[in-house]
Structures are given as C-alpha cells and as structure tokens.
Design a protein around this ligand. Structure first.
Ligand SMILES: Nc1ncnc2c1ncn2[C@@H]1O[C@H](COP(=O)(O)OP(=O)(O)OP(=O)(O)O)[C@@H](O)[C@H]1O
Ligand SMILES: [Mg+2]
Length: 303
C-alpha cells in the first residue's frame, strides 16, 4: 500500500501526542489531547471555531510550549525541542493566513524557501552550478502546484487561490516529512478549492499531512482519518462516514451545520455566510449554530 521508509503497519504512527495540554492563564485551550497520525495519511483535524486546532498546531511545531503532555515524532520525544530543531526533523507548517512576500516574484518566494532549506549545507553553496540548481528546483516546485506560468509575476498580484498554492510550494521547498496545513482552502472559491484539494492529494505521496480544514467537501474528499476537536478535547475520531454519523459530533455542530456535515457536497439551506463571518465567540447563536461558523468555509463555497 503506502510507500514508507520505516515498516508500515497499522501501528506505524509518525506523530503521537499523549495528554497534550495548553492552558492560557487557567483557560484550557487544548485539553489532554492524545492524537495519533498514521504515516502516509492525510489526517484532518476539525472542530468549531475556538476548538483549539491552531493551538494544537502551535504546540506541535513548538510555537507554544505545552503546559503538560508529550509529543513524539518518529518515535522520538520532541516535547522539549526548539522549533528550528523540529523543522529540521521534517515537521513543517503553513499558516492560516497566507505568509508570502508580496513584493517579490512568485519564483523568488520559492527560491527563498529553498535557500532556507539549503542554508545550512556548505556543500551546496560550494558547487558551481548551485544557483542554476536552485532556479531549476524552484521551477519544479512551481510546476508541481500549477504556477509555472506565474513565475515572474509579483506575488501580491496573484489571485488568492494561487497565493495559497504558492504557499504550499514554499512549504514543500522544505521537503517536509510531516506537513501541517492550517485551513488551506480558507476563503477560496469553488475552482480554487478543487485545485488545492487535488494539490494536497498529489503532494501527500511520500509524506504525511495533518490539516485543519473547515470545508467538509475537502475533509470528506481527501482525508484518510478525521479527529474532531471541541472545546479543547477530542470528541471523536475515525473515517468521515463514522465521524459525521456520531451523535455527539452532530450535537456539537447542531442544526444546519449538522446537515452540511452529513452531505458535504449537498445544498446549503442557509444563506451564504458573509465574508466577515468570524467566529462569534460567546455571541448570540446564529442559525442554530451555537459554536458559530463551523462550516463557514463550506457555506461560502456551496451557497
Ligand atoms: N495566546 C493565547 N492566549 C489566550 N488564549 C488563546 C491564545 N491562543 C488561543 N487562545 C484561545 O484558545 C482557544 C482555541 O483557539 P484556537 O485558535 O486554537 O482555535 P481554532 O480551533 O484554531 O479556531 P478557528 O477555527 O477559529 O481557527 C480560543 O478560545 C482562543 O481564544
Ligand atoms: Mg485556527
């Protein structure tokens, strides 16, 4: 089945957390999360706004220190390691908000990412053809995400969906073994969503992907396994069919959102969410959705 460097059996987890917890001044944002990600899987982490998904990513990449608990990558305890060390191990994330240099060309953005990766390799810089190689590799990566013809364009002028594709190219430049994607299709229209979904599927060959995603079409379309987070804790885990039929998951989503969960590509009864539909934390429940905006991505796409 999967092609893996180490033995591939059902217990071959690339990432395992146990009791991972993050408190912010007594507020428990991530609560005793024990997550297992199988090597080679596309694993989706879903849950309402404020569930703790991004905080989990921050803990896994050590942007934040866990209050307690353990994180293991490829069998090694990385709980106390520095972020650079973890990146060097091959754990790389993209950000929820696009993070590319707008005034540089598309190609230059990928080159910078490649230089970051190669920066520590003296042998690379010694070789005479290094810069040619860098350009070649950058073009390969652009081709991989369908951006070849945009290479010389100023990045700020790229259409939104293409910008996210570029962001994926810059993370791929670091050749991650475990790629963390935080809402890769956020704010995209239909076509871009489909393209990025295919792209994720494509780049998942030979690597593992853990993604936070609100768009249920994407989640159901490409995830091998899904973990549902709610109020910091794991609520359910399994394949899409299993998780979407779970009563406690349905209860957490409620009303129209549960309906959307049951039929990800189906018709939305609710009007399209306004672009500014940010998580109304603690605000008035909207449309029977007390958690607010869980499927805001899906609602935007499918309305
Ligand atoms: N640095 C921080 N200090 C205090 N509270 C925080 C901090 N970071 C996150 N939180 C809180 O922790 C909870 C989880 O936030 P997080 O951003 O992880 O949610 P999320 O699942 O990614 O939500 P979304 O779907 O909106 O991106 C929220 O209640 C948030 O306000
Ligand atoms: Mg988030």
């Amino acid at each position: 089945m999967e092609e893996t460097p180490i033995l591939a059996n059902e217990h071959d987890y690339i990432l395992e957390t146990s009791g991972m917890t993050k408190e912010f001044r007594g507020f428990v944002a991530v609560n005793e999360v024990s997550l297992k990600v199988r090597r080679g899987h596309i694993h989706a982490l879903i849950g309402p706004n404020g569930a703790g998904k991004t905080t989990c990513f921050n803990l896994l990449t050590k942007f934040l220190e866990p209050t307690r608990g353990e994180i293991r990558f490829n069998g090694s305890d990385i709980t106390r390691e520095a972020p650079e060390r973890i990146a060097r191990r091959g754990v790389v994330r993209s950000f929820q908000i696009s993070a590319v240099f707008p005034n540089l060309s598309v190609l230059e953005n990928v080159r910078i990412a490649l230089q970051r990766k190669l920066g520590t390799s003296f042998h690379f810089w010694k070789a005479g053809r290094s810069l040619d190689r860098l350009n070649e590799r950058a073009m390969e990566l652009l081709a991989a995400v369908g951006l070849e013809s945009y290479a010389t364009m100023r990045t700020g002028d790229l259409p939104y969906g293409r910008k996210r594709a570029l962001e994926i190219a810059t993370t791929l430049a670091l050749d991650p073994e475990l790629l963390l994607l935080d809402e890769p299709t956020q704010g995209m229209g239909h076509e871009d969503v489909d393209r990025v979904m295919q792209l994720i599927k494509q780049v998942s060959a030979n690597r593992t992907i853990l993604m936070v995603e609100h768009n249920m079409k994407v989640v159901s379309g490409i995830s091998d396994r899904i973990t549902v987070l709610a109020r910091g804790s794991i609520l359910a885990e399994g394949a899409y069919a299993e998780v979407s039929a779970n009563p406690s998951v349905i209860e957490a989503y409620m009303g129209s959102e549960a309906a959307a969960l049951a039929s990800p590509a189906g018709h939305e009864e609710t009007p399209p969410a306004p672009a500014s539909f940010a998580a109304p934390r603690g605000g008035q429940p909207a449309l029977g959705a007390p958690q607010g905006g869980f499927l805001r991505g899906a609602a935007l796409q499918e309305a």
